[in-house]
Design a protein. Structure first.
Length: 100
């Protein structure tokens, strides 16, 4: 139900705002909140926005935590799932392979 996703989006956006204010843009908890906002946007069908959010979270996690940190896998998996949901099989597969 998109209404429930809309409510969740508002809650996640609020949490992101608080974490950005309290912890900064590059704190791992802020980046995890950013990823959660991307997930809600994805479920609302706003794929271009979700992709941009996932990529922003992924790039920041790589920069802040390092390329080998496993926490980036959540953003990568969400990006692959978004491609799959859209029927973009090749991009979904490519993203999944990058996770290995």
């Amino acid at each position: 139900d998109k209404g429930e996703y809309g409510k969740a989006y508002k809650m996640d956006s609020g949490a992101l705002w608080v974490r950005e204010a309290m912890l900064g843009l590059e704190h791992v908890d802020t980046l995890n909140s950013l990823n959660s906002v991307g997930l809600m946007v994805n479920w609302l069908g706003r794929f271009a926005e979700a992709k941009a959010i996932y990529k922003k979270a992924l790039e920041a996690k790589r920069r802040v935590l390092g390329a080998d940190d496993p926490s980036k896998l959540t953003s990568m998996a969400n990006l692959a799932a978004m491609y799959w949901k859209q029927g973009r099989w090749r991009e979904a597969e490519e993203q999944a392979i990058l996770m290995m």
